[in-house]
Design a protein around this ligand. Sequence first.
Ligand code: ADP
Length: 661
Amino acid sequence: MLSIRTLEITGAPPSVRLWLLTRAAFVLFIGVVVGLLWFSHRADVDERRATLISDMLWLEQDLRFVMLHNEELLQRLGEGRLTRAADFTAGAKALTAANNGLQQIFWLDAAGRSVFVEPASLPSLADPINPNPHTSVPAGETIKLATSIGKATYSPTYSIAQNDWQFEIHVPVISAGKLQGIMVGVYSLKRLIDAAVPWWLTERYRISVIDYDGRELVSRSRVAPLHADSDYQLSFDPPGRGLALRAVPYQLSPPLVGRILSAALIFLALAVLVSLWALRKHIQRRLSAEAALRDQYAFRKAMEDSLQTGLRARELNGRITYVNPAFCRMVGWSADELVGRDPPMPYWADEDVAETQRIHDKILAGEGPEAGFELRFRRRTGEMFTALIHEAPLINAQGAHTGWMGSMVDISDRKQAEERARLQQERLQATSRLVAMGEMASSLAHELNQPLAAISSYCTASLNLIRAGSNASEIAPALERAVDQTQRAGKIVRRIYSGVRRSEGGLDFIALQECLDVALGLIEHDLRRQNIRVLRDFAKPCIIFGDQVMLEQVVFNLLRNAADAMQDTPPEQRVITVSLDEVEGYARVSVADQGSGIAPELTEKLFDPLFTTKPEGMGMGLAICRSVVESHRGRLWFEANASCGSVFRIFLPIAETGAQS
Ligand code: ADP
């Protein structure tokens, strides 16, 4: 788990790691701040506790001193002035007025009887009100105890009035080993505490005297204490008898420096928290901006990589700074090999280096042709190719012209296609001429056959007449007829020639169904003579672009071959089906017969020039037909007919700009 976590952190981007580190530092910082505050509080509490203890020890010492001093004064009073009431009164008055807790002085004789009392207005010793039940000792007991041990003895505490308690000190006065009497000082707890506890102590604590049960007898304080659990107790001895001094500290506000320190720490922690929050926001914004940038970069890179156009950036001095994959594919050199290179470039054709350098210099001078230009380059394989190049100034974000950006398209295929089209056009014209010549030749052969035969027979007859010694008038008619036939032959030649010239008319949009009608019209007479029926199935009228006369001639040839193939077919089955339809952008013309069919061994040779199976055939028909069709970017082939015979099919591309109905 730890290693996975470590891996995650190590693998995270630097900003994320920084954020994690900052978060850890913040937690540490908060921990330190809280710890500091806690330690400061503890130190404060301990210090206050120590102060409380030392204050209480001081108070206890002070009380002990006051009471011992009182005891000494009482002793002295008893020893010196026992007989005269005036002396006792003066001494006792001075003692009770001394703000030492004493409020009444008694002088008892050795039997414990009251001799003098000052002030006499207060209750006598015999009538204590509500003495403490737990510590109550009869008044005589204290006297007895004091006289028996010969030392000052304190009585239990008892209540004499609301909110005040008192106790007595019995000081036995012994002279010459004999008890002379007992000096009794009556303490008011309230007066004693008021006198002994200084004002500054009451500022800090609630000082009280509590009895054995924890009951508060008297107290001195300014305000109510809040922390009763942090009190401190000391036994109050003398007078003892279960009494204790208790101090409860007030809830004092912490010292100013401490408060300022705490406030500063809290403020700092808050400031760190806020700045961390801001930092987190900033990092999040940065991360999302980085992600968006990465996406955009990936998108642009994908676009550049999938582009078929080569891109190349150059500095103002012509050094290559960037090439895209399409450019590298075109020239065959990798980006690493090209970037940073100066002209001449490795893909410049050796034979065109001077011309390429000239164009290159023009581009760098800002005089490159805006419409683009064509240049021949050499691939790494040595193969030449032609590229169409457009150059544009490269302007950076500040608007400064920093170089040149060029796009390069390999137009070799287009060039080859153009060349092929040109050659095809030439071939078409040549074929056209060949067809025309073939047509002329066959027509001449066919048409001139009869006049030539007539001329031959008229001439033979004339020769026979001459040999037989006939006169000129007898010979002349035969010769005139021969002349007529010669003239007719001349006419035929002219007509055929004019027909051939018509075929040089060139290319145009052709309605194929019309073309088929014309071809059928030309052969109609022959077909009828041979009892051949024609079925037309023109499912879809089609417009193509081409030479109408030549295409008529092609269909005418196919019809004539079909008719020839059905010579041995019973007359009732002699049917030629001519159909026209459209298949995937092509016009399809089919000429199907019920003839002899084509033997498999002949299929290879059928379209060869001069191949014929007919005694009087020339074997040029199908070869010329295929050339004509292919020169129209079409195809001509044959299949076996479903029933019997063959089907010859012509595929011709439908004209794109032709108006099709
Ligand atoms: P020719 O008609 O002068 O013989 P072609 O080139 O037109 O020359 O035809 C070559 C050969 O193809 C023909 O001699 C014939 O054997 C064969 N042929 C052409 N069309 C058909 C057809 N429809 N049925 C059977 N054979 C055919």
